[in-house]
Design a protein. Structure first.
Length: 49
């Protein structure tokens, strides 16, 4: 069985999501709200891809 290759765009979205999740606790409180919106958007885009 062939493995599907991820598009470059999808890979970038996953990398961004991992960045936000990895550094979540280090963000100041006001930035956590913005980061949470980004995380939600990225998860939605990845799921719908």
């Amino acid at each position: 069985m062939k493995k599907k290759r991820k598009s470059k765009e999808l890979k970038e979205k996953e990398d961004d999501l991992l960045f936000y999740l990895e550094y979540w606790k280090k963000f100041p409180n006001h930035f956590q709200k913005i980061a949470q919106k980004e995380i939600d958007e990225l998860e939605d885009k990845i799921k719908n891809h």
